[in-house]
Write a protein that binds this ligand. Structure first.
Ligand code: AKB
Length: 312
């Protein structure tokens, strides 16, 4: 049985991933860690340790204590927060990643960390962005993600660490809200639709970005980690996506369930500029071919599920 050590386990992805992994691999085999403990299920339902990812010694010692054979490194600042404090973002995102990779090397563990559509930039082809293409991002988050993809490749080639990764689009979930991302509007809109019947979007109409529903994102992580290593050509990091829409399209979909729903705009120049530098839609063919990536939820199915779950 695996022994999985997760950083950022109380974050947007980590909190749901921890619970799903505990269901599959057993509660005691999934060690959740984060910078602080809270009352969430992920923190309370099984092993939990306070770990600051910039502290190399504590990370390695804690992972060793549990004899971890898999490191899932989720702790990171998202795009909009990173833009507000780029030096801190570099130190946390790159320092944390380096420590997590070193932990995997020391323990001879398998390794996963997410990249993002943020690893692309204004000179990247915008539509059906290929797996292998120009990556010259103009945000600190994007710089971190490109460097992270390369660093994970380096650890595979140089030290034989079994590193794997996905370029995630915006992730939508009704469980733990995201914080500090550019794609967060696509989560907030559902909460506001239920609460107030209206939403003021900080992203302008006509701005298309890739998105995915959290259950598909969690399955993608697990499927990639379980995939036959010899079939992986790309490893770090695969384009994955389930849908691409702009604020008007998601609003129209919500209106099918809440006909009076209204959207208005108060564009945030910082997050709009980030969104404008990212692709409209990415091509996930490599992920489909190399390890069978598949997404179950499109915009319609996700909207029905989100509204139903948030209504409860
Ligand atoms: C963000 O908006 O920063 C993230 C991402 C797409 O990586 N959701």
């Amino acid at each position: 049985m695996k022994k999985i050590f997760i950083t950022g386990a109380l974050g947007q992805i980590g909190s749901e991933l921890t619970m799903k992994l505990r269901n599959i691999y057993g509660t005691d085999n999934v060690i959740a860690t984060d910078i602080r403990k809270n009352d969430s299920e992920a923190a309370q339902s099984g092993p939990f340790e306070v770990v600051d990812v910039t502290d190399t010694k504590t990370m390695i010692e804690t992972a060793r204590k549990y004899e971890a054979d898999t490191i899932i490194h989720m702790a990171a600042l998202l795009s909009a927060t990173a833009e507000k404090n780029p030096v801190f973002a570099w130190n946390l995102n790159m320092g944390g990643l380096m420590n997590a990779l070193e932990t995997a090397r020391e323990l001879k563990a398998q390794f996963f960390t997410p990249s993002s559509i943020g690893a692309f930039g204004p000179s990247t082809p915008k539509d059906q962005t290929p797996q292998d293409t120009i990556q010259r991002p103009t945000t600190m988050y994007g710089v971190n993600k490109v460097a992270g993809e390369l660093l994970a490749d380096y650890y595979y080639h140089k030290f034989g660490v079994d590193t794997r990764g996905l370029r995630f689009p915006g992730l939508i979930s009704y469980v733990t809200p995201p914080g500090g991302g550019t794609t967060d509007y696509a989560v907030e809109i559902y909460y506001e639709a239920i609460k107030n019947g209206r939403y003021t979007s900080y992203i302008n109409k006509g701005t298309y970005m890739d998105m995915m529903y959290m259950p598909d994102a969690l399955n993608a992580i697990i499927d990639l980690m379980e995939a036959d290593s010899s079939k992986l050509i790309h490893r770090n990091s695969f384009n994955v996506t389930a849908m691409s829409f702009d604020p008007e399209e998601i609003a129209a979909e919500i209106r099918k369930s809440i006909p009076s729903f209204e959207i208005s705009y108060d564009v945030d120049p910082v997050r709009q500029q980030i969104a404008d530098s990212w692709p409209n839609s990415i091509d996930a063919t490599a992920a489909k071919e190399e390890w069978g990536f598949k997404a179950e939820f499109d915009l319609k199915k996700m909207t029905i599920d989100m509204l139903e779950k948030l209504n409860k």
